[in-house]
Design a protein around this ligand. Structure first.
Ligand SMILES: [Zn+2]
Length: 335
């Protein structure tokens, strides 16, 4: 999906400010390295700058119009002077870089300008990297290269040193929710995923993960029984929690989910319902919220954070959880 300047500015405001400056001052670099996680807009922003270079009716001196012949051809992947290289299988092979060079030894088909974009640049084979390095060492006046990577540490330092490096920061939860929905995640599920990770790939995996779906149910159930009966809560720990949350990482995930329930209840009390992340459970959460107070929620949230610290210090997880359950029940109506 093609994104406009304004949409990308929401995603990466600092990067777009820089790019705008370099276009306006006519100081576009010969080679850029865009590094950042998937979903941070590297490719879209590379193509945006490409359009700005070719656009026939640029707006305000920096925004591509998205409508002229050149903008449309870049958007549809049909511009003769714009080349995109992607990993062929697991790597980018030397022939792919040689083909690119052969293409560039010809004059620009329509102008002197040429742009190439290498996606997954860290996946270049050693010979492909060396071949690209020679290419970068002899830049022609009007060539612009974009190298895109999630793992710049895997690349030759000699390549990095020839590029202007722009770090694409992880997305804010709001931008993350947008990206998730655009990638097919139901909008009621996106806020919780965005709260747990700002890595798009990880969030998309979690979204279809059976273990994670089950984890949410168990955590909600634990909350429910906590408020009812201390004995039942301890039974739920034994019969469900310990069966499901075994590894340290899984227990942390469970505690994070539990913490988010308390946070949601706090948002309901503060009348900030738009902030809650368990969207699909909002009716149930509103019922839960009626039975508790802001003061109690704050104490409970610190207890969960304390439990996470104990887990870090390798406290026995079983003991840690039993203590936590008793703490979370302090001050509840039935005690
Ligand atoms: Zn245009």
């Amino acid at each position: 999906m093609v994104k406009t300047w304004d949409q990308l500015e929401e995603l990466q405001p600092a990067i777009l400010r820089m790019i705008k400056n370099s276009i306006v001052k006519n100081r576009v670099a010969h080679a850029y390295l865009f590094e950042g996680m998937r979903g941070t807009g590297k490719r879209e922003i590379g193509l945006l700058l490409t359009k700005a270079l070719f656009c026939e009716s640029i707006i305000d001196g920096f925004k591509p119009c998205e409508d002229c012949h050149n903008c449309r051809r870049v958007n549809s992947g049909n511009h003769p002077d714009v080349h995109i290289v992607e990993p062929d299988g697991l790597s980018i092979k030397v022939d792919q870089i040689r083909n690119l060079q052969a293409e560039f030894s010809k004059k620009g088909v329509e102008s002197l300008k040429k742009v190439y974009l290498i996606s997954g640049a860290d996946k270049m084979s050693v010979s492909a990297s060396n071949s690209l390095l020679k290419f970068l060492e002899e830049p022609s006046a009007e060539t612009v290269a974009f190298l895109l990577t999630e793992q710049p540490q895997q690349m030759l330092p000699t390549i990095l040193s020839r590029c202007q490096i722009l770090a694409f920061h992880p997305l804010s939860p709001q931008a993350m929710i947008k990206q998730l929905v655009e990638n097919g995640v139901e909008s009621v599920k996106a806020p919780l995923l965005a709260q747990l990770t700002n890595n798009l790939d990880e969030a998309l995996k979690l979204n279809v993960d059976e273990w994670f779906a089950q984890a949410q149910k168990i955590v909600l159930k634990l909350y429910e029984v906590l408020e009812k009966n201390s004995l039942e809560a301890l039974v739920t720990l034994q019969s469900e929690w310990f069966q499901h949350f075994k590894e340290k990482e899984q227990i942390h995930r469970g505690l994070d989910l539990l913490l988010l329930i308390f946070k949601d209840l706090l948002y309901i009390h503060l009348d900030k319902q738009e902030q809650i992340v368990f969207k699909g459970e909002s009716e149930r959460l509103k019922q839960f919220a009626l039975k508790t107070s802001v003061r109690r929620l704050s104490i409970q949230m610190s207890a969960i954070l304390g439990a996470k610290r104990k887990l870090e210090k390798n406290m026995n997880p079983q003991l840690m959880m039993e203590q936590l359950v008793l703490k979370l029940q302090e001050g509840s109506s039935f005690v």
